[in-house]
Design a binder for this molecule. Structure first.
Ligand SMILES: Cc1cc2nc3c(=O)[nH]c(=O)nc-3n(C[C@H](O)[C@H](O)[C@H](O)COP(=O)(O)OP(=O)(O)OC[C@H]3O[C@@H](n4cnc5c(N)ncnc54)[C@H](O)[C@@H]3O)c2cc1C
Length: 385
């Protein structure tokens, strides 16, 4: 079905992104998978082409266009399985913290580089002891004269090895009650004294992406690296979650569609009992069911995208989209793998990596259980003090 959220300009932009991604990015994926991380040159090429944060303000190097342009980039990268870049994390999750809450000085210092691909971004929330319960972070940022001194460790941080700037969630007031009022966001440059990158973690999926431990050992940064106001970190995180979850849903749906499309092709070619496996009714029903769910999901995601661009508060709806679409992706990749038979279990078939890559989507950007907690709370179902 024709998607109705795109103008002619959006479609032209998609054609441009697709050409670029197919020629410059897709060929790099095997190399990233071997190295366990992407390469800087690809980031810079993405930046030079104008594909990092098109939504960002013009005065700092962005194109100042609507978020649908960003969504198109996410879709096109997902379509070729370029998960190694975690571009959505950089452009649509991290960068908006800088453009929305950064001081003029911070914006001038970091945003142009983030848009050109010279300053790769990461956000460090999760710790060994806490993920979903963000207010329980133990990393501290103590004010000492003109500096903040950070201590603590972070875990599972995407772009952890390659990032140049990390937005760190830390407690500036560890005794605050309620705890979330003690949370602040601190910008840590990768060359800050006391910042140490730990292991690049060995993962089930997203093999071409660097997910890392990070350590802060009396890590000293200028006091001017505080983002927004002290104690306001949790509020800023909550405000930006809408776009983070929408980005996850957009990418996951594009991944589901690609996996399904490839499986349709495969089932027409593969033969058993003298006929293509696509001729079996079970194959047809499975593919028909998945195609239906992908279309239903797309209609909802597109409505969310349009509402997000309008500036509506759709936290409930994006939470719905995030859990439903990422669960759909897991169903689609699992069923498509089954339709590939033994070949589906072989890493040389993309469906095998699709299956492994899908697993994380229901875990990060807020687990799917947390999405349901949010929806229930917004339905007035959970009294909390
Ligand atoms: C590949 C990858 C990349 C990541 N990238 C980043 C990143 O860039 N930055 C970052 O900060 N983090 C990142 N994360 C971490 C991710 O956001 C966390 O793993 C996630 O938020 C869950 O936290 P946790 O792992 O501590 O699980 P836990 O919070 O321990 O949860 C364990 C289980 O308990 C459930 N649970 C927890 N609380 C509730 C509740 N109230 N009700 C019902 N069920 C509940 C969860 O849903 C889950 O099923 C990444 C993780 C992975 C795997």
């Amino acid at each position: 079905m024709r998607r109705e959220i795109f103008t002619e300009e959006h479609e032209m932009f998609r054609a441009q992104v697709r050409r670029f991604v197919e020629s410059e990015i897709e060929p790099k994926i095997p190399e990233w998978n071997r190295a366990g991380m992407s390469d800087r040159e690809s980031w810079r090429k993405m930046g030079a082409a104008g594909f990092l944060g098109p939504n960002a303000p013009v005065e700092y190097g962005g194109a100042g266009v609507d978020f649908i342009y960003d969504a198109i980039v996410v879709e096109e990268l997902s379509r070729v399985r370029a998960h190694g870049l975690m571009m959505g994390l950089h452009s649509d999750i991290c960068l908006p913290y800088l453009t929305s809450y950064g001081s003029d000085e911070q914006k001038k210092r970091y945003v142009p580089g983030a848009i050109s691909g010279d300053v790769i971004l990461a956000i460090a929330m999760t710790e060994p002891g806490t993920g979903s319960d963000l207010a329980a972070v133990q990393t501290t940022a103590r004010r000492e004269g003109d500096s903040y001194v950070l201590n603590g460790s972070k875990l599972f941080i995407s772009n952890g090895q390659i990032a140049d700037l990390i937005i760190v969630v830390a407690k500036t007031d560890p005794k605050a009650k309620p705890a979330h009022r003690g949370v602040s966001l601190i910008l840590v440059d990768a060359d800050a004294p006391g910042f140490v990158r730990g292991r690049k973690l060995d993962k089930l999926g997203f093999r071409g992406q660097d997910t890392s431990e990070l350590f802060f050992e009396d890590c000293r940064v200028p006091a001017g690296n505080l983002l927004g106001r002290e104690g306001n970190g949790f509020k800023m995180l909550m405000e930006k979650l809408q776009q983070e979850r929408l980005t996850t849903a957009v990418g996951s749906l594009a991944s589901a569609r690609r996996c399904l499309d490839d499986t349709v092709v495969y089932t027409k070619q593969r033969r058993a009992f003298g006929q293509p496996i696509a001729a079996f009714q079970n194959t047809q029903f499975k593919l028909a069911e998945m195609a239906t769910e992908v279309e239903v999901g797309q209609a909802f995601v597109d409505r969310c995208l349009a509402a997000h661009v309008r500036g509506d508060d759709i936290v409930t709806e994006v939470s719905m989209a995030k859990w439903w679409v990422t669960d759909l992706l897991k169903r689609v990749t699992s069923q498509c793998l089954q339709l590939h038979g033994g070949y589906g279990f072989m890493m040389e078939f993309p469906v095998a990596t699709d299956y492994a890559d899908a697993a994380v989507q229901s875990i990060y950007a807020g687990t799917n259980e947390i999405m349901k907690v949010i929806i229930a709370r917004r339905m007035g179902l959970e009294p909390r003090e």
